[in-house]
Design a protein around this ligand. Structure first.
Ligand code: GLC
Length: 438
């Protein structure tokens, strides 16, 4: 992509989104991920907001078609059949009116909704308030689900019951907890992912069996949150998930104010207080990062991964914490062609090409840069944004990048990488509007 100028790249990014459009929703990439994915669509909506507000709203509206009656927004909505992906609807066995998976993903939805709303208002769209309101109600129901289903004991931290919920599916953060999950399954496993991309970059077979074991367990609970919570062999109060939820909550507070919804604003403010208090308690000064909590073992999750910095997207940290985080992030960036690696390069778990064990994701950088901006670390935020943009300009809209070489890996023509390019290549040097929040 060396020869491409900025307008060409912009055009190419839009072309990726157009190519992956399946009728109001966008697949992450053809074949490897042929349905609508939850947090992918939230990022994609923010990308669309730059040039097509109607389509940005549509992306979120189509995701909400998959929302369950209890409020959960599933991690996959199977709008149309495809035989290039496993596990498909028959494995999940859920009962919603549209086929969906039975687990969720990081709730970037609230952030995306604010972003789309602001763009719609700035463009003078007469339908902004109505369309935002319907999606705001869906988002609020999903946040209520998060608190009741995934923080029933009021820790101020929400838990994942499956590594795929984290969005960082194969992260070393899950190794210890996943090792306790038996690799036995009642479902016959027919992996499709390793037919699309190099198996050396994908999860190992044994871990894949544990992933499906968890699906079997929760399906046997009829996907009821309380039953799943009671038997879950994998239960981690995750700082990345909680950070994103808290940030989206702040964005919903902003929207409640904009829409004049006082009762909802107060409810969200109390959620926000609970989540930010819970998160603040996960700071470990000796490690210079936040840590998740394994609720099965009662232990801190020690693996140094990108998740440990994600609370910055929601918390205003103090000066000492910020200095420590900046120093730690810079340590991870030393000698890398593109940062931030998803696992610290000094860790034994670091594998620069394997899924979530080292590679760089553009959307993770987008969130981290927002968190750094929100906390006033503009220079480091710029560095991360620019290295992301350059990696995409060099290697294309790949799923992820090898931090040691900048090589593009995984699926290509990836929607959220295109969206990240559209947004991050427009960032200036000042704090962005998007990053100045409660
Ligand atoms: C992988 C990623 C997940 C993403 C999905 C679709 O499963 O780990 O975060 O949502 O691909 O892009």
């Amino acid at each position: 992509m060396d020869h491409m100028t900025k307008p060409d790249m912009d055009e190419a990014a839009r072309a990726v989104l157009a190519r992956n459009d399946r009728g109001g929703y966008t697949v992450p990439t053809d074949r490897l991920y042929p349905f609508q994915w939850n947090w992918d669509s939230a990022f994609v909506a923010m990308g669309f907001a730059i040039f097509d507000i109607d389509r940005a709203y549509r992306e979120l509206e189509r995701l909400v078609e998959g929302q369950w009656d209890d409020g959960m927004i599933p991690h996959i909505v199977f709008h149309a059949p495809s035989d290039t992906y496993f596990p498909g609807p028959e494995v999940w066995g859920t009962r919603h009116r549209i086929a969906t998976s039975g687990i969720t993903q990081p709730p970037v939805f609230g952030m995306a909704l604010r972003h789309v709303h602001d763009a719609a208002v700035a463009a003078g769209r007469p339908d902004a308030a109505d369309r935002t309101l319907a999606l705001f109600q869906a988002a609020l129901r999903s946040h209520r689900w998060w608190l009741s289903a995934r923080d029933p004991h009021g820790l101020g931290l929400v838990s994942i019951l499956h590594p795929w919920e984290s969005g960082s599916d194969n992260s070393p953060a899950w190794d210890e907890a996943l090792a306790r999950v038996p690799p036995t399954t009642t479902t016959a496993i027919r992996r499709k992912d390793t037919g699309h991309v190099d198996p050396a970059m994908r999860p190992r077979d044994e871990d894949y069996q544990r992933f499906i074991h968890l699906v079997d367990v929760y399906r046997d609970c009829g996907w009821e949150p309380a039953r799943q919570w009671a038997v879950a062999p994998f239960k981690i109060a995750d700082v990345q998930m909680t950070g994103i939820l808290a940030r989206s909550t702040a964005d919903l507070i902003y929207l409640a104010e904009a829409l004049g919804l006082e009762g909802e604003r107060a409810e969200l403010a109390s959620m926000h207080h609970a989540l930010t208090t819970g998160l603040a308690g996960r700071w470990r000064p000796d490690l210079a990062r936040f840590v998740s909590l394994d609720l099965v073992s009662g232990e801190d999750v020690g693996a140094p991964t990108q998740a440990c910095f994600m609370p910055l997207v929601a918390l205003h940290v103090d000066h000492t914490q910020l200095q420590a985080v900046e120093a730690e992030i810079k340590r991870w960036l030393e000698g890398m062609v593109v940062g931030l690696p998803s696992t610290a390069p000094y860790s034994q778990a670091f594998e620069p090409k394997r899924y979530w064990r080292g590679p760089v994701w553009a959307v993770v950088n987008w969130l981290l840069a927002d968190g750094l901006r929100m906390n006033g670390a503009l220079e480091l935020a710029r560095q991360i944004e620019q290295s992301t943009v350059s990696a995409i300009e060099r290697s294309g809209f790949c799923e992820y990048f090898d931090p040691t070489t900048g090589e593009g890996l995984g699926g290509d023509a990836f929607s959220w990488t295109a969206a990240a390019y559209l947004v991050l290549s427009r960032r200036g040097h000042g704090p962005s509007a998007q990053a100045t929040r409660p």
